[in-house]
Design a protein around this ligand. Structure first.
Ligand code: GRF
Length: 205
């Protein structure tokens, strides 16, 4: 059984897609052991509990980035999401993690980002894409490395950008694809079908 920890900060729609894919048996031999939010008001906490997943708020408070990473690792390990064994998913998690934490979960921590990386890393990626005038946008699931939005790319999905698109309309078109892409990446990982060599992630058919 793959023990998954999900780190969230907000709405929790990607979390819900992942929980749903486990409930439906699309992702097998995996369970969400713990959902951790740095914001106690995050809707994602309620989403988790509604699906019967354990959810806790862990605020950074006055902690340094480093100290917060240590506390996160403790909570994950306590719930069976151990380095070298579990899987950590960033799903709209808005804090930058320290290198020490990222290194604990090398190759076992994923993030979803609403752009076709390496274009438009960082915040408001969809608005960045619109402002740049690109005609194709999309989303990326990647392994997490210390540099933000920069790790080996697991899956990507493109969507068209239409004239008259707003940040909202483009975001919702991308989000629909995020909800398919992230569970698929988790499924491939749980089935041992992702093989990484340097920057390249190969998907076993
Ligand atoms: C998504 O757009 C995701 O790509 C980005 O943050 C947003 C999280 O949305 N990293 P939700 O909380 O999963 O609904």
């Amino acid at each position: 059984m793959l023990e998954i920890g999900v780190l969230v900060s907000g709405r929790g729609s990607n979390l819900e897609a992942i929980l749903g894919s486990i409930e439906k048996g699309v992702v097998k031999n995996a369970r969400v052991a713990i959902v951790i939010s740095n914001d106690p008001k995050a809707k994602a906490l309620a989403v988790a509990r509604r699906h019967g997943a354990k959810a806790v708020a862990l605020e950074a408070g006055g902690d340094s980035r480093e100290a917060y990473g240590v506390r996160l690792a403790e909570v994950l390990a306590k719930h069976g999401v151990e380095p070298g064994k579990g899987l950590v998913l960033l799903a709209g998690f808005m804090k930058i993690l320290p290198e020490s934490f990222v290194n604990l979960y090398t190759g076992r921590m994923m993030n979803i980002h609403p752009s076709l990386l390496p274009a438009f890393p960082g915040i408001r990626a969809q608005q960045q894409a619109l402002s740049h005038g690109v005609k194709v946008a999309g989303c990326t699931v990647h392994f997490v490395v210390p540099e933000v939005d920069a790790g080996p790319i697991i899956l990507q999905k493109a969507v068209p950008v239409y004239e008259g698109d707003t940040e909202e309309s483009l975001s919702s078109r991308i989000l629909r694809q995020e909800h398919r892409l992230y569970p698929l990446a988790v499924k491939l990982f749980a089935e041992g079908r992702l093989h990484t060599e340097g920057r390249i992630v190969r998907r076993e058919r």
